[in-house]
Design a protein around this ligand. Structure first.
Ligand code: C2E
Ligand code: CA
Ligand code: CA
Ligand code: CA
Length: 275
């Protein structure tokens, strides 16, 4: 693409216009979706390795896109953030997850927490603790049945505000997990400084165990460190029996992944819970 003749400039100008139009189009669709709550939550079970019992459900958002069907979060969360539209989506997710879990509990299902993902930007932009308190009040869900999942990037902004918010969330009785653990720049000191309950070992470290020695070493080290800091461990993206065997041997507490169940819509989750 070194050839920058007239034809090429023309091409670039046109394609940039097209993509700007597309951005506007997608933004308009997203605004419509927010106005009409055109999102759904899927739920993925988390299972205790010691006894195979249900330990939690992670809520994962999807956009019911009018042209493209169900669209996953990797395709619209970052875009939503860049258009300043993440806050209403995140608020809907939190409220809907709590409402649904309370509904299941009222049916005698799911006496386990629901975990909700919050991006670093959401965590900074929203008054997370106040919002959670209001949603728990509104839905009647007891605080021990809600967890938030934060990435390491939240903790790297070592501001007093981060610490205050985490303590306020903790004081409500809501659990705090570190998502995708091991992928960020970890200053391990923050694991002591912040009131964290769980580490979720990123899927990238789980995928190639037990075959890849490096990954076995990393997963082993994370589990040992977590245990000595009295943090629970959740292995993400568990797909095979071989992974389960090693994780059990290493003393991992909880697994989540396709080997247990894929994320399911609310109806399928309800059936799964009654299985
Ligand atoms: P995550 O929090 O790490 O969620 C786990 C992702 O891994 C999910 O993708 C899930 O479907 C997928 N997964 C689960 N088990 C397996 C497995 O065994 N193998 C493989 N290959 N994949 C597995 P999903 O639903 O597409 O979500 C992607 C990411 O989007 C999430 O990663 C999370 O960071 C973000 N996300 C999801 N929901 C929300 C939300 O409500 N708010 C925000 N801010 N982010 C969200
Ligand atoms: Ca997560
Ligand atoms: Ca994760
Ligand atoms: Ca992830």
């Amino acid at each position: 693409a070194k050839d920058s003749g007239r034809g090429n400039r023309q091409f670039y100008a046109t394609s940039m216009e097209a993509s700007a139009l597309d951005v506007l189009h997608q933004e308009r669709l997203l605004r419509d979706a927010i106005a009409h709550n055109d999102f759904v939550l899927h739920y993925q079970p988390q299972i205790g390795l010691a006894d195979g019992t249900l330990q939690g459900l992670e809520a994962l958002v999807r956009w019911r896109h009018p042209e493209r069907g169900l669209v996953g979060p990797d395709e619209f969360i970052t875009f939503s953030e860049s258009r300043g539209l993440i806050t209403p989506i995140g608020r809907w997710v939190m409220r809907e997850a709590c409402r649904q879990l309370k509904a299941w509990q009222d049916q005698g299902l799911a006496r386990v927490p629901v975990a909700v993902n919050l991006s670093a930007l959401e965590f900074r932009q929203r008054d997370v603790a106040a919002e959670i308190a209001a949603v728990l009040q509104e839905t009647g869900l007891a605080p021990q049945y809600l967890e938030i999942e934060l990435t390491e990037s939240v903790l790297m902004h070592q501001t007093g505000q981060t610490l205050n918010t985490l303590h306020a969330v903790k004081a409500l009785g809501v659990g705090i997990s570190i998502d995708d653990f091991g992928t960020g720049y970890s200053s391990l000191a923050y694991l002591k400084r912040y009131p964290i309950d769980k580490l979720k070992i990123d899927r990238s470290f789980v995928t190639d165990i037990p075959d890849k020695a490096d990954d076995v070493a990393i997963v082993t080290a994370i589990i040992q460190m977590a245990r000595s800091l009295q943090l629970k461990t959740v292995a993400e993206g568990v797909e095979t029996q071989g992974q389960i065997e090693l994780l059990t041997e290493l003393g991992c507490d909880v697994i989540q992944g396709f080997v247990v169940a894929v994320p399911m819509d609310a109806q399928a989750t309800g059936s799964w819970l009654q299985r």
